[in-house]
Design a protein around this ligand. Structure first.
Ligand code: SAH
Length: 355
């Protein structure tokens, strides 16, 4: 096992001070402050970190996405340069595997320029190391708005779940902003803040919680603002249909933690609501295909065949390779919980395996 990293001081003192000064913090402000600290200071992803993602589980994940990108590029009419953009690339595993697999389509690697949108300096370093020998032009950006013009394919695996959510709580016949307050014992606690106008598609019962993620509109608007052809793939966890409920989740050292304990030291995420995300894409002027489950998506891209080939080429690692694919596809786990949504310029055809 890799060594566990030592904990930095938490943000508790800073958050408490801010609440004393400005009053209770809406959940999105709290999440934003925690995540900014977290991604800047902790080696979040991998066995020695807090959580593991699909590209870290199996190289097949990134490889299939790389082949998908090459096929989509061809269906776009082989534009050059193609901006291959990844939002929140983590440790760079997905992009490294995707580029390697992309060699299978002649001309593809010569056409692409890779753009990595990453706010964490620690993760940028890991991405640089993972992609050092990729043999394609690489550029890093703070925000997707900085990526130069040109036809684009955008990949975002577990990015949206890390964008801050607002929570509204339904009490006394009205919705209230859910806030983080200071208890008399000095501990952080959730409370109901000012009432807000909101009408969701699900009828609330007292105590119900609704989640809103304004950062989704911002990402989609930035994509819609690009004038040249674009296809984006959002892969994340959450339900297809709109649902009420508190899904704010803290993970630390591969175990669930309390979101208000040790602020800034655990990864905070919340479900992505896929029907809402697709609707927001349409409102922004883009077309949306799906969502489908991760198992349907990877199955449609030929994960079974690719895994079998990889196993045959690496007999010593065959068991491990098969187990990793099963984990990505498992009906009671990632295969079902994770969904894939494609978002594209309306004049482009739906990409495989949606079309
Ligand atoms: N896609 C990677 C990592 C997922 S973790 C994988 O599958 O392994 C979330 C990633 O999003 C991290 O790289 C994190 O630093 C990045 N991130 C979080 N908020 C971001 C933001 N607002 N803009 C850009 N990147 C962000």
């Amino acid at each position: 096992m890799p060594e566990r990293q030592a904990d930095q001081p938490s943000l508790l003192a800073e958050v408490s001070e801010r609440i004393r000064r400005d009053g209770p913090m809406p959940v999105d402000s709290y999440m934003e402050a925690c995540l900014r600290h977290y991604y800047r200071s902790r080696q979040s992803i991998g066995a020695g970190g807090d959580f593991v993602t699909a590209p870290e589980i199996s190289q097949v994940f990134g490889e299939l996405i790389g082949l998908w990108c090459a096929v989509v590029w061809e269906s776009m009419g082989r534009p050059e340069p193609l901006r291959l953009i990844e939002l929140g690339p983590g440790r760079g595993a997905l992009m490294a595997d995707a580029v390697r697999a992309g060699r299978a389509l002649p001309g593809f690697l010569n056409a692409i320029a890779v753009h990595l949108v990453e706010t964490s300096p620690l993760l940028r370093q890991a991405q640089q190391a993972a992609l050092a020998r990729a043999g394609v032009p690489l550029a890093w950006h703070e925000a997707v708005e900085e990526v130069p013009a040109g036809a684009a394919i955008v990949i975002a695996n577990e990015l949206i779940d890390a964008l801050p959510i607002r929570q509204l709580v339904y009490l006394d016949g009205a919705w209230h902003e859910r806030v983080v307050a200071l208890g008399t014992d000095g501990q952080l606690q959730f409370a109901a803040g000012p009432s807000v106008a909101f009408s969701g598609s699900v009828a609330p019962t007292p105590g119900a919680i609704a989640e809103l993620r304004p950062g989704e509109e911002a990402v989609l608007a930035a994509l819609a603002a690009r004038t040249e052809p674009l296809i984006a793939l959002f892969i994340d966890y959450g339900p297809v249909e709109p649902a009420l409920g508190d899904t704010l989740q803290a993970v630390r050292g591969h175990a669930y933690a309390e979101p208000l304990a040790a602020p800034g030291l655990s990864d905070l995420t919340a479900h992505v609501q896929f029907t809402a995300l697709a609707e927001k894409a349409r409102v922004a002027g883009l077309a949306a295909d799906g969502p489908m489950t991760q198992a349907q998506f990877l199955g449609g891209l030929g994960i079974v065949e690719r895994t079998a080939r990889l196993m045959a080429a690496n007999p010593v690692r065959a068991g491990e390779i098969e187990a990793a694919t099963q984990r990505l596809m498992s009906p009671g786990g990632m295969g079902q919980l994770f969904k894939v949504l494609a978002v594209r310029s309306p004049h482009l055809p739906a990409p495989p395996p949606f079309g």
